[in-house]
Design a protein. Structure first.
Length: 430
């Protein structure tokens, strides 16, 4: 029971920084889900591990059996290589200062044990919550096995080979169980905190979209019909084929018609937002749909002197509304074309299957965007174009979200932009 109380103290050292990270960073901008802060992750993991080392649970052959390595594992999985290495070095220094020397068992176990989280890091963010929890069990179990092997090797040097088997196996067994339980609890807490932050962000965006949708539904239809009538009469007024008609009249005609068309486009954007609740779900061949959209946009790309390159895997299927998914693709291709330079502009389209997700990549060599600009993408009325409403990406974000997909932007100034869209694979076709 005393050991369990000591473990609970370690748990408080581990869980408190997790919720503090949520309060200081994830809750900072509710309108946008922030990127991970590697510096905060490194600092919190280092301090948490150091506190666990300063208040040890117990030891087996002078090897601490607490939870001090859990923050280090979390730093690797959620912060990356640099965060993990810095946290490991800091905790090693604290351990050396506290106990005066590095232990043989630690030198045998630590490099091997931390190698496993490093292997998982690359794809950790792509895993589902359940898979992360299962991998947490595997990581915890591997620690117990490696410690047992390390202790057995040390016992060969200082004790009889049967010593570790007879005297310390039960203690090591329960220590490993505690470790697995609290590692899984920590991973679950982090995922719970992230999900809540993401849900809050989605709620804020949904509220904005609802306001725009209500405005669209109440105004768009009332405005569109009079505009159609006005456009028709203007065409009649300027339909004369009189050769003596001043050239300025033709200029006025083109100007008026172009502005009316622009007003129609704005109203269409509003109506698209208002119609986001109506979906006809079916099995879609996303490969053919993307190829079709690329063909449709080729003439527009040629007009802008932009070339389109494609690398699309065949037979990529999702469940979705064909019209709306097509709208997403056309919007993103059109944005890429308009972002590309007028000369030597290049668009690359990729489609592939990765971990039961259908992934689409839209890459351009345009001017790129800053971090602040990318954070605002998808907000109603926010646009980087000289002539635009900012509603196209709002509709795009809404359609992707309603298809249980995700959209991500990667960009920097003068380095182009990569847009990644992921949809769940249609597994029923297998």
């Amino acid at each position: 029971m005393e050991m369990f109380k000591d473990f609970l103290l370690h748990v408080s050292f581990i869980l408190f920084p997790i919720f503090l990270y949520h309060a200081l960073w994830l809750s900072r901008t509710p309108a946008h889900f922030p990127k991970r802060n590697k510096l905060l992750i490194t600092i919190f993991a280092s301090i948490s591990s150091a506190l666990c080392i300063m208040y040890p649970v117990g030891s087996i052959l002078d090897l601490q059996t607490g939870l001090q390595s859990i923050p280090l594992v979390l730093a690797i999985l959620y912060g990356g290589y640099t965060a993990g290495i810095v946290a490991i070095l800091f905790s090693s220094i604290v351990k050396f200062v506290m106990y005066g020397s590095f232990l043989w068992v630690g030198l045998i176990v630590v490099p091997i044990y931390f190698f496993i989280p490093f292997l998982f890091y690359r794809k950790w963010r792509q895993y589902s919550k359940m898979k992360k929890l299962l991998y947490g069990v595997l990581i915890g179990l591997s620690k117990g096995i490696f410690i047992y092997i390390g202790l057995f090797v040390v016992s060969l040097m200082e004790y009889s080979p049967a010593f570790i088997m007879q005297q310390k196996f039960l203690e090591l067994f329960f220590s490993t169980l505690y470790y697995i339980f609290f590692l899984v609890l920590s991973i679950y807490s982090i995922e719970f905190v992230k999900e809540n932050a993401q849900m809050r962000t989605q709620l804020v965006q949904s509220e904005k979209l609802t306001i725009v949708s209500e405005l669209a539904a109440s105004v768009a239809h009332e405005v569109r019909n009079p505009l159609t009538v006005v456009r028709g009469f203007i065409q009649l007024l300027f339909s004369s084929d009189n050769a003596k008609e001043p050239s300025t009249n033709k200029d006025y005609k083109n100007l008026v018609l172009s502005e009316l068309d622009r007003a129609q486009d704005i109203i269409t954007s509003y109506l698209d937002i208002a119609k986001q609740n109506y979906y006809q779900i079916e099995s879609l061949n996303l490969s053919k749909l993307l190829e079709e959209c690329a063909s449709l946009m080729t003439s527009y790309a040629n007009f802008k002197s932009v070339t389109i390159h494609q690398s699309i895997e065949p037979d990529l299927y999702i469940q979705g509304d064909e019209t709306k998914v097509k709208q997403v693709m056309i919007n993103l291709i059109k944005n890429a074309i308009e972002a590309a330079p007028d000369h030597e502009g290049k668009i690359e389209l990729f489609a592939s299957k990765e971990n039961h997700k259908i992934c689409l990549y839209f890459v351009d060599n345009g001017v790129g965007m800053t971090e602040n600009q990318m954070k605002k993408l998808g907000e109603p009325y926010y646009t980087l174009k000289n002539k635009g409403t900012g509603l196209g990406l709002t509709v795009t974000f809404s359609i992707i979200e309603n298809h249980h997909g995700t959209i991500r932007f990667k960009s920097s100034l003068q380095s182009g932009t990569t847009v990644t869209v992921k949809f769940p694979e249609d597994t029923r076709r297998k």
